[in-house]
Ligand binder design. Structure first.
Ligand code: NAD
Length: 358
């Protein structure tokens, strides 16, 4: 038995976590679930949205399947999702975007993988608020050292891109390509404008690419990449990006293959791996047995592959693909009309997927 932490999350989290757990169990995978809480619901009793017991469980098991967690805007706590990635140094966010027959989408032949750097860039959290003493001090220093001047009524976010951070993520992308029989890695940047951050990213990407002669390498400027993905997505395979572009293009690519309901993800580091859907906790649907469980179930497929349970992963992915292709036992978002009365609930869609594996 392999022990895996199951973080139930909040909002729609507990419903889709249960659906995913049942589907994974139905593959016959030898997994013992260590069920843990995180998010707004546990905040009231534990006094924190990320209890120590949950952290300890992930530390112990090294692998977690995590349902979405709300980040309250303005007040409340910092993002538990970001915090978990930082604590466990989950530097690679991997989001496969694949067309499944039966999903309503403008494209039908997409099979690409986004590899997003998860720790640096404008998301590093190094920010200076307009008007604060330290911000004014920073602006004064910058004005003294740069030909471009910044006015005092300015907020500043810092964009660090390091040799180490870039080397590790680009290597990860190439290793992923090799391991998964992929042919090409595309590195995305805006090196023509940000010469010392994205320029460094591009230089390191090229250096790393030289160590992988068996995998094709190319680079693209991020704006051009967006247009290319909309016009010719079938040309791309593995795409490696700094944090911000990775975040934006993940959603773009999720849109290419039919939306958030079918977009899985993995956050991988040397100390652990946390698998989660791209979508959030959709609080307005909480407790309604309404939302699509597929993104978290496909995250479970990625987890099974990570655990080298490839037969079980293949069975589950095929069962999901079959249910989607039939289009009968699917949730509202997969029906031609959103108010289609034949749409089934979260639990019933999971039941249909399980039935395909019998
Ligand atoms: P969201 O992804 O939760 O929902 C946006 C809309 O997408 C929903 O209203 C719904 O219409 C649709 N949707 C999402 N998931 C769906 C599903 N499984 N099936 C069918 N439809 C689905 O995004 P949001 O409303 O911007 O964020 C809500 C909360 O989730 C916020 O607090 C945000 O911070 C958090 N969030 C968490 C994660 C995470 O846990 N990793 C990721 C993104 C957002």
């Amino acid at each position: 038995m392999v022990k895996v932490t199951l973080i139930r999350g909040d909002g729609i989290g507990p419903e889709i976590a249960e659906a995913a757990r049942r589907c994974i169990d139905a593959t016959g995978a030898k997994i013992e679930w260590d069920v843990q809480e995180a998010g707004v619901d546990v905040m009231a009793t534990a006094g924190t949205p990320l209890p120590e017991a949950t952290l300890e469980s992930v530390r112990r098991n090294g692998v977690a399947l995590k349902a979405p967690i709300t980040t309250p805007v303005g007040t409340g706590f910092r993002s538990v999702n970001v915090h978990l990635r930082q604590i466990f140094e989950l530097y690679a966010c991997v989001r496969p975007c694949k067309s499944y027959q039966g999903v309503r989408s403008r494209y039908d032949n997409i099979d690409l993988v986004i590899v997003r750097e998860n720790t640096e860039d404008l998301y590093a959290g190094i920010e200076f608020e307009k008007g604060k003493a330290e911000t004014l001090e920073l602006i004064e220093w910058l004005n003294a050292h740069s030909s471009r001047k910044i006015g005092p009524n300015t907020g500043v976010s810092i964009k660090p891109i390091s040799v180490e951070g870039t080397t590790r993520i680009v290597k990860y992308a190439f290793e992923y390509a090799r391991k998964n029989g992929r042919k090409k890695v595309t590195s995305v940047h805006k090196a023509n404008i940000m010469k010392y951050s994205d320029g460094l990213w591009l230089e390191i990407s090229r250096n790393v690419a030289r160590q992988y002669a068996d995998i094709e390498f190319e680079d693209r400027i991020v704006d051009n990449m967006c247009m290319q993905l909309v016009q010719k997505p079938e040309l791309y395979d593995v795409i490696v990006l700094p944090n911000l572009y990775g975040d934006i293009l993940s959603d773009l690519c999720a849109g290419l293959v039919g939306g958030l309901g079918v977009a899985p993800g993995a956050n991988i580091g040397n100390k652990g791996a946390i698998f989660e859907a791209t979508h959030g906790s959709a609080p307005k649907y909480k407790g309604l047995n309404k939302v699509n469980p597929v993104a978290l179930i496909l995250s479970g497929v990625l987890m099974l592959r990570h655990l080298e349970m490839n037969d079980q992963a293949d069975r589950l992915e095929k069962a999901v693909a079959d249910v989607i292709a039939e289009g009968k036992s699917v949730t509202y978002d997969m029906k031609p009309e959103r108010d289609d009365p034949t749409a089934v609930g979260t639990k019933e869609m999971a039941d249909a997927i399980i039935a395909k594996m019998r």
